[in-house]
Design a protein around this ligand. Structure first.
Ligand SMILES: Nc1ncnc2c1ncn2[C@@H]1O[C@H](COP(=O)(O)OP(=O)(O)O)[C@@H](O)[C@H]1O
Ligand SMILES: Cc1ncc(COP(=O)(O)O)c(C=O)c1O
Length: 281
């Protein structure tokens, strides 16, 4: 275990119901022995997948006030981890935040949350997509799902089995934007598998971690995966080992939830899966 408690600035929304974003990221990172300082991007009554009339409070205008105070207090972070961003302007605000806190050389993980299953989320405009590309340039590691990788690269989304050599080229092209490590999640493979593929430019290596696909589409799996990945990297695990821990934990959460039969839109039963993570930090 890391002798010092690493500190993460988690730049995500609070979806008050539905187990995604900060409501899963905070307990997961705490469980992994990491201090989490949330910088909220928006507060929503629920996440955006599967609910109507969601109450939405955009936090863009308040964010600079919060991080300027952190700067005055001399705070430093070991990691800056961003996810769902609520507006075009907010993407630039996060970019400024990263610049302001670059002095401590934090691990910058950008999860370019934009869409799933070939579609952009309703709040994501094409302009936000272009701004997201500029944020990705500042990251050390990015974790797009397969859909987000297609949007970042301007490639057509295909829901049949993508070709592995082509995916490798895509990973290299994504790393050419700036991040040394790229982890693409949620790749649909034949044989009932779901895969994560990664490229580490500094190691000149590709990695693949796949799991048995468990029936069911749950919100927040990307956040659960990326927070276990971030926490494991901060605790000294290698990239492939961190990917394996993240994929295994999501699979455990999904299996537990599927067995309990709770509504998919409520997310995975994190409360039942967390004890495993706490025992395996
Ligand atoms: N139905 C599933 N069965 C098994 N593992 C899953 C399933 N859904 C997600 N995962 C795991 O979680 C990772 C992240 O999920 P993904 O769906 O890509 O995230 P996002 O919510 O960002 O679209 C996947 O790459 C996989 O390892
Ligand atoms: C408001 C909000 N934040 C975050 C997410 C990220 O969820 P995921 O981990 O599934 O990418 C979603 C997805 O529905 C969302 O609606």
């Amino acid at each position: 275990m890391n002798p010092k408690v690493p500190r993460v600035a988690a730049v995500h929304d609070i979806s008050c119901f539905g187990r995604c974003s900060l409501t899963v990221i905070m307990p997961i990172l705490s469980c992994l022995g990491i201090q989490v300082c949330p910088l909220p991007t928006a507060i929503l009554s629920t996440h955006l997948g599967g609910f109507k009339n969601v109450a939405f409070c955009d936090f863009t205008d308040r964010m600079p006030e919060f991080f300027h105070h952190w700067q005055q207090e001399g705070l430093a972070f070991d990691c800056i981890y961003s996810g769902f961003l609520a507006s075009e302007e907010q993407i630039d605000v996060v970019s400024r935040f990263i610049d302001m806190f670059a002095g401590n050389n934090p691990l910058v993980l950008v999860d370019p949350v934009m869409g799933d299953e070939g579609k952009l989320y309703s709040v994501y405009t094409p302009k936000m997509q272009a701004h997201m590309q500029t944020l990705v340039r500042k990251a050390d590691i990015i974790t797009p799902n397969y859909t987000e990788a297609c949007f970042l690269l301007g490639e057509r989304y295909q829901d049949d089995r993508p070709d592995v050599d082509k995916l490798k080229q895509w990973l290299v092209r994504l790393a050419d934007f700036g991040p040394a490590k790229v982890v693409m999640t949620g790749i649909p493979f034949v044989g009932e598998k779901i895969a994560n593929m990664a490229y580490d430019r500094l190691e000149h290596s590709f990695y693949e971690v796949s799991s048995e696909y468990i029936r069911g589409q749950y919100p927040g799996t990307g956040d659960v995966f990326a927070s276990v990945l971030a926490g494991s990297l901060l605790n000294g695990f290698s990239l492939p080992a961190a990917m394996k821990r993240a994929a295994d934990f999501v699979a455990l959460g999904i299996r537990t939830t599927f067995a309990a039969g709770t509504p998919a839109r409520e997310g995975i039963l994190l409360e039942r899966a967390l004890p495993w993570l706490c025992r395996n930090i």
